[in-house]
Design a protein around this ligand. Structure first.
Ligand SMILES: Nc1nc2c(ncn2[C@@H]2O[C@H](COP(=O)(O)OP(=O)(O)O)[C@@H](O)[C@H]2O)c(=O)[nH]1
Ligand SMILES: [Mg+2]
Ligand SMILES: [Zn+2]
Length: 321
């Protein structure tokens, strides 16, 4: 679909006044790389500058944005308009994501349920559907920490499937579970999130033949990988787009209010209408449906513990600012 400016509908329209629709697939050093709608995936991206007007309004185009752009004489382009966003992540900075793949390795680095819940809170708060991917499953059979890895994978499957999250298991090394994940990504603009070193880039390399994203070994005893992914870029994966993201390991709750936290835990969100008090924080209130469910073993203890912990973190943060 082509939308034209008023000026371009006049007879002597020049090329700069015709606006094309496209998607920003990469942002680097002040340039936005736009793929025109319906263009061949192998077609060149148009290197664009954003109109000054965005900067004045404090708006910056994001990777994932659908935009109207015009061509300039030197073969470059100008982003003229940002179309309404369906979602917006601040870290990583990507717009219009409609699926988040939370990647956690069964080991190396060890699976951390607290971090998993933190990621889920962030993603739920952004209103983006999330699926879990347990990576490096080959290490479950054949690793130094086989037993821990198996136990971690089993508890993730048990806890999170019953909450309604899909859980995929993969091994990039053995090429296992890759097809199923690829199938799930079709038709989506997805983001892979997870600590450094869990195997996000390796997964994308396994999904997209010839991609060859840089991957790296666990670099120190803390089990953290080095940050090798530097900028956000959307990658075509037969019928979908994926953002490989830098780091995305330290999440914080700057935009999250204390009253939002319960909403970001799916089981608490469902139960809270049954709490006696509106605005119940599920900490100690009488008649709390969440605490009752916890007592009855319907809600997983680790989930409520992490909720309490995040709540304390939020309060501490609020106290300090
Ligand atoms: N055993 C095993 N190692 C993997 C697998 N996937 C990735 N790795 C290793 O884990 C390290 C980090 O992988 P990388 O893809 O860079 O992780 P990222 O930081 O999340 O992008 C690298 O040394 C990879 O070779 C896997 O499926 N099995
Ligand atoms: Mg990476
Ligand atoms: Zn409650």
């Amino acid at each position: 679909m082509r939308k034209q400016t008023k000026k371009s509908s006049s007879l002597n329209a020049d090329s700069s006044s015709i606006q094309l629709k496209g998607t920003i697939v990469k942002a680097l050093s002040g340039y936005y790389y736009v793929r025109a709608e319906d263009s061949d995936p192998n077609a060149d991206m148009v290197q664009c500058r954003a109109r000054g007007v965005f900067k004045n309004k404090g708006i910056s185009p994001l990777v994932g944005d659908e935009v109207m752009f015009s061509l300039t004489e030197n073969g470059e382009g100008t982003v003229e308009e940002i179309l309404p966003r369906s979602s917006e992540l601040i870290r990583p900075p990507v717009a219009n994501i409609d699926l988040a793949i939370l990647v956690f390795s069964v080991t190396e680095p060890a699976l951390n349920l607290q971090l998993l819940d933190k990621f889920l809170v962030h993603i739920e708060h952004a209103g983006i559907p999330a699926v879990l991917c347990l990576s490096k499953q080959d290490l479950e059979k054949d690793g130094v920490e086989t037993e821990e890895a198996q136990a971690a994978a089993a508890s993730v499957n048990r806890i999170y499937r019953s909450l309604g999250y899909e859980v995929f298991g993969t091994s990039s090394r053995l090429g296992e579970g890759i097809d199923a994940l690829q199938e799930r990504l079709k038709g989506h603009l997805a983001v892979f999130a997870g600590q450094s070193g869990v195997g996000k880039s390796s997964l994308l390399n396994a999904i997209v033949p010839g991609l060859e994203l840089e991957t790296n070994a666990i670099s120190n005893r803390l089990g953290r990988g080095k940050h090798t992914t530097r900028h956000v870029e959307l990658i075509e994966i037969g019928g979908g787009l994926v953002a490989d993201t830098p780091g995305f390991s330290q999440l914080d709750f700057t935009e999250l209010g204390i009253e939002d936290l319960g909403y970001c835990f799916v089981e608490m969100r469902k139960l809270s209408p049954d709490c006696k008090f509106r605005g119940c924080t599920h900490l100690q209130e009488p008649g709390c449906a969440v605490l009752a469910a916890l007592e009855a073993g319907v809600i997983e203890r680790s989930r409520h513990e992490n909720y309490v912990l995040f709540m304390a973190e939020l309060k501490e943060k609020k106290r300090r600012y």
